[in-house]
Write a protein that binds this ligand. Sequence first.
Ligand SMILES: C[S@@+](CC[C@H](N)C(=O)[O-])C[C@H]1O[C@@H](n2cnc3c(N)ncnc32)[C@H](O)[C@@H]1O
Length: 361
Amino acid sequence: MDQDKRRNRAAAPLSERRALPTEQPPSPPAEPDAAALARLRAVFLEGRGADRDYWETEADLAAYDATFAQRIGWKWDHVLGELEHRGWRLPPGPVLDWGCGSGVAARAVLDWFGTGGVNGLYYWDRSPLARRFAVARARHKYPGLTVLEGWPPEPGLALVSHVLTELRPADLEALLAGLARAMAVIWVEPGTYEVSRALIRVREGLRGVFHLVAPCPHAEVCGLLAPGLETHWCHHFAAPPPGVFGDPFWGRFARDLGVDLRSLPVSYLVLDRRPPAPLPPGTVRVLGRPRVYKAHALALACSAAGVAEGELHRREHPALFRRWAAGDCPGWQVWEQQAGRILRATPLSAATPPTAPATPT
Ligand SMILES: C[S@@+](CC[C@H](N)C(=O)[O-])C[C@H]1O[C@@H](n2cnc3c(N)ncnc32)[C@H](O)[C@@H]1O
């Protein structure tokens, strides 16, 4: 089975909104190579990705593409769903997937937004094997699209996914200089403290070049850089497609690799030369999950006023408190507050209908 199809089909609510791929990949793994997956997992967990090119065979990429890459695809789906709701649209021009691995980031974007208006897909990776795999996979999946190895002269959209921990300072500097030529950038990473803090440094480096679309509800210096907030980080949680939990394929993967399928923390950054749709006053971006106590809950939230905790009292908002306690606390919300006490909280989706696409400047 095409692994993207497995991912998309499992995501029932999302699959209704997308054309499901029908092709088979060039080399569909009947069962991913367990030894390759264990080796790759050790490389990632031990942070050895910067040492050398770790893609040894095409089987490595096929096994990764069927498993780890699909989980990364779920994070991309989370980010792309938010962007769609914000009225964001693909910029015209070529798409570049930098540090592409098996190429899942670009496929997630094209599955979500379609290939119309995309005049070329470029895959770049330090590994020639990865570049070849990603190109072959995408050519097979999108037969009408020009798919090449390399950098386009002027990327419309540049994608970066799960590479920050593997980059040496000089690699990162060169990457940022290249990204500054794009119309828009979507960068998705694991939601760990170190990676989030590194992504904040990227944000500050590129803030003068682009508008900030997400997750930031403002364009000023990142609020987490304020004194006293050093222990916090900007992370969010993607939801795996519900079908995953009853799927024997994913059950085996979770058991054999010791992966918790429920946990998908994500840090991300979306930058665009086109201004984003304006947000209503009082918009906040909740970071992480609220801390729930007996009588109240505290949610760390970012807004134009900085990063601060909002306090929700059970007695005043019993139904909302129950939802937060059950894990249903939307990332984007509109709050009315008084001295940090939440008087009213509405999901941004309820506060604003989806907006028209932003127009290029
Ligand atoms: C963890 S994999 C992520 C692959 C893919 N972006 C994804 O999200 O599934 C990191 C990728 O970055 C590539 N990489 C690491 N350092 C790089 C560099 N300096 N230049 C280009 N690619 C690099 C690796 O070869 C690998 O394919």
